[in-house]
Design a protein around this ligand. Sequence first.
Ligand SMILES: Cc1cc2nc3c(=O)[nH]c(=O)nc-3n(C[C@H](O)[C@H](O)[C@H](O)COP(=O)(O)OP(=O)(O)OC[C@H]3O[C@@H](n4cnc5c(N)ncnc54)[C@H](O)[C@@H]3O)c2cc1C
Length: 426
Amino acid sequence: MAARNRNCDVLIIGAGPVGGLLACILARGGRDVVLAERGARRPAAEGSRDTRGYALSAGSVTILQDLGYWDPLAAHAEPILEIHVSRRGGFGSVVMDAESQGVTALGQVVPAARIDAMLARALDAAGVEVREQTRIERLEAAGPERREVVVTGPDGRHRFAARLVVAADGAHSATRAAAGIEVLRRRYEADALVFDILPARQHRGRAFERFTPEGPLALLPQSGGRMNVVWVAPPEACDVREGLAESDRMAELQEFVGWRLGRLRAAGPLARFPLELVRARRLHDARLVLAGNVAHGLHPVAGQGLNLSLRDVAALAGRLLHAADPGAPGVLADYAASRSVDIERIAAATDFLARGLLAIQGFAPHALGGGMLLLDRIDPLRRLWAEQAMGLQPLPRRRLRSVPAALTEPGVRRRRGPAETGEGMA
Ligand SMILES: Cc1cc2nc3c(=O)[nH]c(=O)nc-3n(C[C@H](O)[C@H](O)[C@H](O)COP(=O)(O)OP(=O)(O)OC[C@H]3O[C@@H](n4cnc5c(N)ncnc54)[C@H](O)[C@@H]3O)c2cc1C
């Protein structure tokens, strides 16, 4: 079947938080954006099957505030006031609190479903053309001014000629593969079971991260007294826990967590996520750029993935809104150069936490506890842990200023000319 043709400024493949947010920003800034998503439109928050609670750093909140997307999330956000890091069976523990760090909160926890719902509304408000149940079929070699992509959806095939293609289709990106960009991939031999609980006692803004011989177990405070559990373990252990009756699973969790939060009750469905490290060897190709999990899929041990991805979005959006040609090689190279150190640093720190600490624990059971006692006593070390490991470093606002400024510039929104709207048959 012949494909219908359509020109656009930016074609974004993947409507996760990264693709969705970028599409909103670019459309508000006057770019002609098309967003292609292989799934259906994200459901209302209540109907979502994504059980994750995202721990967002101060920097991420700043980005969302500056872009005008924080207000709808604020009502569902729970501030993290303290973080308790401990080792199962060990004495050492690190406690960080917002007050001693000189901030009102160490981060905010927002349900993933609320972010999806907010983005669904924002995409409508920004007038983004969203193509659901649409997959990339073919990526052509880049021409001097555009890159053509053939996608297939419910209404047939479409050939987009975009000045820039953004690959935002997640860690297993078909777009990245079509561009021939290689990845470093490491399966952690661990999965995460994620679900909400309602402890009998108030969490009082405390987050808990417990390193166990199987993997880390995190409890994040959520609104309404709930907590989000991220329980990492080898796939076989996850198989067993997934198959347990809910009451038995809660009893086992209680053993791991102890009684400081009182009796734990399940408060929602369970979802399972396989864990791996994915690092793209490069962040751009001719008229194509990578953002979010396509560039870096991380272990969730330190809640870094979306925080890192939001910094990709801010860096990319700032450049694309100001560039005469959003796909120009210099624009893409500049974006890639600006992101490489942050990505390298966070991916390495996360991988160390995911593998290194467990390895230390395996070789010398008290090393981790000892390290924690040391961290607990030395404030600069605690700050380093807070900033590096937990991703709480605030992002300098100056890096973001370009984004909201461009959004308010009068007359930036370009109208599509007849040549660009023509839907002919190829
Ligand atoms: C258990 C767990 C807990 C986490 N907790 C945190 C946390 O607390 N804090 C934090 O910062 N990060 C956290 N993360 C990381 C966070 O989930 C990711 O960083 C984030 O989802 C990245 O968003 P993305 O839009 O790049 O990719 P994704 O969320 O993977 O979205 C990709 C989108 O592309 C679509 N797609 C895929 N293939 C195609 C295709 N061929 N064509 C069209 N569309 C396609 C998908 O349907 C999806 O909508 C966690 C991750 C896990 C697994």
